[in-house]
Write a protein that binds this ligand. Structure first.
Ligand code: SF4
Ligand code: SF4
Length: 448
């Protein structure tokens, strides 16, 4: 029997007004209810009755409690969520490595945030061996390893990646722990052999970036048009195998005010080639300087709110075209791997840092790989003051008390440093986003 006196509404409930209706969202469980007027009144009545002697709708109250919209009266939800965050942040059981085997790139993208990075560097065999040994030592206390292949353009160091993958997989197999990898690539160097090799290297997620029509791609990447055309043909021919082999392909279309309409052209191109797999995840990439790696990108960039509007429009377009639409806000364990005690970036020089886009620079670097002396590397890691190591969004001035903390966790720890301006992109367009996903998931669930 549901006893209203023992319950209260969750402090993490949000009532949102979107274009397509009202939504009650709980950011701890990620559950959302889409409300018409009748439902809204019943839920209001039910939640306001909690804590009192009785609620008029005990069955509904019980259902709301199961979904997290009501919680035990004694619960200190902020304390619980903060404890959950800290437990993940400090958990040594999963090792996250972002490895850049080269900072070289085969392109010169006009919006590249690595334009000030020294691109000539590729990882030497000695450093690569040291990285693998570092991973082996750190894996001794881990129960799983996740590697993100990053760069520069990682496919420029394909041989190094193959060698290191085999060694890292062997370490995990010997210890009986899980291993998988992800890769961010511009894709241009992909070959049928690479497509076939990715599953063997346990690459489970691939992100490929595009810019729109092939002419725009050629112009922005500064590659000859015939090369760009050949690449687009390759991508269409091999996309089904890439999705099948990895299980997840994200197409990130980098946009500003000039090329935004071409994002839809990319989707249309996939559709013309009958590539409609639900494991395909189209995203708009926001060209801007918010991560603070460089001061200016010479593009006509959107503001945060303009970009949120474009995302809303793009989501609706994807749905109309019959594609899966990813990106509904859900609870997360960490804002980014930079905050994790066992999350490390390693660049071709063996510099160990924290922030992924800052790889190849000195930003966030706190130790280095000493190929002949990994004990020394481990001692440096143990004794260093680790950047973002004590990041706690629950006490950070910009985010403390925010109802969205469980799905955002402060976004980017860099933006919480003294002198930085916290730009809160999570709240931008949230109502429209949630209203969209409400209608989208409802339609999918009720489709014949
Ligand atoms: S610190 Fe910020 S920029 Fe760096 S990886 Fe985390 S979210 Fe990204
Ligand atoms: S960045 Fe914004 S949405 Fe995220 S926790 Fe902070 S205030 Fe909330």
């Amino acid at each position: 029997m549901f006893d209203a006196r023992e319950w209260k509404p969750s402090a993490f409930n949000l009532l949102l007004e979107g274009k397509d209706g009202q939504i009650l969202f709980n950011s701890v469980t990620g559950h959302a209810l889409w409300l018409d007027e009748g439902r809204r009144a019943a839920i209001d009545q039910c939640l306001t009755g909690l804590g009192g002697d009785a609620t008029a709708l005990p069955d509904l109250a019980e259902a709301l409690a199961k979904l997290g919209f009501a919680v035990p009266a004694q619960a200190d939800e902020y304390a619980l969520e903060k404890a959950r965050y800290l437990a993940h942040r400090d958990d040594p059981r999963r090792l996250y490595l972002t490895l850049a085997p080269t900072m070289q790139c085969n392109m010169k993208c006009s919006y590249c945030f690595q334009q000030n990075v020294e691109h000539s560097r590729a990882m030497t065999p000695a450093i690569a061996k040291g990285v693998v040994e570092f991973a082996r030592r750190k894996a001794e206390t881990a129960q799983g390893m996740v590697v993100q292949w990053f760069g520069g353009e990682p496919l420029m160091a394909w041989t190094t990646i193959q060698t290191m993958s085999a060694q890292l997989q062997a370490i995990c197999a010997a210890r009986g722990i899980g291993y998988y990898a992800e890769m961010l690539t511009n894709g241009l160097l992909m070959t049928p052999e690479i497509v076939a090799a990715l599953p063997k290297m346990a690459v489970r997620a691939l992100q490929i970036s595009l810019d729109g029509a092939v002419t725009t791609y050629a112009e922005r990447r500064r590659v000859p048009l015939d090369r760009a055309e050949a690449y687009y043909r390759f991508l269409m021919a091999h996309m089904p195998a890439l999705i099948e082999g990895t299980g997840s392909v994200t197409i990130r279309i980098n946009v500003d005010r000039q090329n935004i309409t071409e994002a839809k052209d990319v989707v249309r191109m996939f559709k013309r080639h009958a590539i409609l797999d639900p494991r395909l995840d189209f995203r708009l990439g926001f060209i801007n300087t918010s991560r603070g790696i460089i001061d200016c990108i010479p593009h006509d960039c959107f503001s945060n709110s303009e970009f949120a509007d474009e995302e809303d429009d793009f989501r609706r377009f994807l749905k109309d075209q019959g594609y899966m639409v990813y990106g509904m806000p859900q609870p997360v364990n960490h804002p980014c791997t930079a905050t994790l005690s066992n999350g490390f970036t390693i660049d071709p020089q063996g510099r160990i840092g924290k922030c992924v886009p800052a790889v190849g620079t000195d930003q966030s670097v706190f130790a280095r790989i000493h190929p002949d002396d990994i004990d020394r590397t481990l001692a440096e890691v143990e004794s260093a003051t680790i950047p973002y190591g004590d990041f706690d969004p629950f006490t950070s001035a910009g985010c403390a008390g925010c109802t969205l903390l469980p799905v955002c966790l402060g976004s980017c720890p860099k933006l919480h440093e003294a002198g930085q301006l916290l730009s809160c992109s999570m709240k931008e367009g949230l109502e429209d986003k949630m209203a969209f996903y409400g209608a989208f998931h409802h339609e999918r669930a009720t489709a014949p």
